[in-house]
Ligand binder design. Structure first.
Ligand code: UDP
Length: 239
């Protein structure tokens, strides 16, 4: 990567659907391979990179609880799903010789490390890619909120939210061809127009702590590179 780096510490949020098949379900090795190659490129630039993984390709707690299961337990299963993705991603990255640490908000002894902020900061300084699993560790939250929380805790310069479309639209671009792509939005725009790019908890937490967010299409392999070098890509959300 030749361009100058604008953001030195980056939190990348990868939703579970990006690890799945066409319908966003299951664990597709090739999807992990593609994402891992992107991550390898970024980590080679010297950027300090932390990743929060979702679990929606395996299970979403709210959906499961609609079938009559207890919400708390459904969310606990969902959090375990994020750990499955984290471990799969770790193994794929290690296959590319990228040093990683999986840090989990849930205690999964012998497999992941517990979340200790001080340790995570040290790993980042040592240029290890830190993969956060288990969301916030609490039910009734999402991994978007976990991503905002971890980004704020590690003092990331930017949060990159990877999606399957080019950014934030006025409507679902997969259903409405005249949906408009926004280049720039304020947190208040997202909240007041309920743009649905992230849950409201994640947006308000970002707003309160002035965490800038770029929503971008992960399927275009140049996008992350562009974002970290400060080139316009996707939708920028800030003050
Ligand atoms: N989850 C949770 N607390 C958190 C983060 C996640 O209970 O702090 C559960 C919740 O059930 C959620 C699931 O884990 O549906 C998977 O996370 P998410 O839906 O955010 O994954 P994504 O949509 O990003 O793939």
């Amino acid at each position: 990567m030749k361009s100058a780096i604008k953001y030195k510490r980056v939190l990348l949020k990868l939703s579970g659907e990006g690890f799945g098949d066409e319908g966003g379900r299951g664990l597709e090795s090739e999807r992990f391979d593609t994402l891992a190659k992107e991550i390898q490129k970024i980590s080679r630039t010297g950027v300090e990179l932390a990743i929060v993984v979702g679990g929606g390709n395996i299970l979403r707690g709210a959906k499961l609880s609609n079938t009559g299961k207890s919400r708390v337990q459904a969310d606990q299963i969902g959090m375990i799903a994020t750990a499955i993705n984290a471990l799969f991603l770790q193994d794929t990255l290690e296959g590319l010789s990228v040093e990683t640490r999986v840090v989990s908000a849930l205690e999964i002894k012998n497999i992941t490390e517990p979340f200790v902020l001080r340790n995570c900061l040290q790993y980042l300084k040592e240029k290890n890619v830190v993969i956060f699993a288990g969301g916030t560790g609490n039910p009734y939250f999402t991994t978007d909120t976990a991503a905002a929380l971890r980004a704020i805790e590690i003092k990331a310069d930017i949060m990159l939210k990877a999606t399957q479309v080019d950014g934030v639209y006025s409507d679902d671009p997969r259903k409405n061809v005249s949906a408009k792509l926004y280049k720039k939005l304020t947190y208040m725009d997202v909240l007041s127009e309920q743009l649905g790019v992230m849950d409201l908890t994640a947006i308000s937490l970002s707003m309160e702590n002035k965490l800038p967010i770029i929503v971008l299409n992960i399927n275009n392999c140049k996008n992350i590179e562009k974002a970290i070098s400060g080139k316009p890509v996707g939708t920028y959300i800030g003050e």
